[in-house]
Design a protein around this ligand. Sequence first.
Ligand SMILES: *[C@@H]1O[C@H](CO)[C@@H](O)[C@H](O)[C@H]1NC(C)=O
Length: 262
Amino acid sequence: MWKLFIVCIVIHLCSAQFNFPADVDNGDWEPVYRIYEGGEWNSHDDYLSKEKSVRHGNKDDSQFRSWKIDQWHYQNIRKVRVQLFDAGYEVVNFEFDSKMENMTSFFQVTNLKETNYVDILGSTAQGDDFSIDGDGDSRHWTVSSRHVGNCRNDEGWLQVIDKPKPGRDRCVCGYENVDKYPTIMYAKGNRKAKWSNRRSYGHADMMQVSISHVPYKAPPSPTPPNRGPQLQTQLQTQLQQQAQFQPVHNIQNIYGNPFDFL
Ligand SMILES: *[C@@H]1O[C@H](CO)[C@@H](O)[C@H](O)[C@H]1NC(C)=O
């Protein structure tokens, strides 16, 4: 009887341990940069430009660049999030660990912690360009899987096309011939898109960069093996054995009492 009692307590403790609710972290996110498709800002140059910065910019949902971007190191920025919205819905999310990074260097695959795309993280083929600078001309915030000579097979997840610089001699891919600047292009769904296939990518209305001062948690220590099922089997066996020797009301007591004790 006492043995069974202990087993019940152990099971109770084990299941308590494995049923903890997920640790909810709202992340303390604060938007610092927001641009709209066709809003005439240069997604790259205006992101870097102190001249666009405002002290209290996030009063409404308009385009803005916070002065905090220029105070990057002093603000102790630990996480950065880049989101795209289409008709009010979030369609793309990239979240980065920004520890020790600056306003541009956070944006790289080795810092990527979360995204809606399932074919970047944990994939061996992580693409040929992951950078805010992009091609150094009109293609920026580039998360490209493949960009090769003939443009037709180019694939990627995100790119913002800005107005080409005057006089720049550039090789323009068909998908870069857009009618408004900037144009915010993203792969629909959760896998990369072929930029020559108009149906596989969408245009976002808005791109927003947010920062957080809350660091990522240290990786959890390895979880102990779950002995719950094993103990449950032991318990069942014991109950069956006891049922053979004891009247029924005792078994009911076994179910009722040990948990009240805790
Ligand atoms: C950010 O860091 C990268 C490399 O670590 C460096 O090349 C770049 O100039 C830095 N940018 C700024 C704005 O400090």
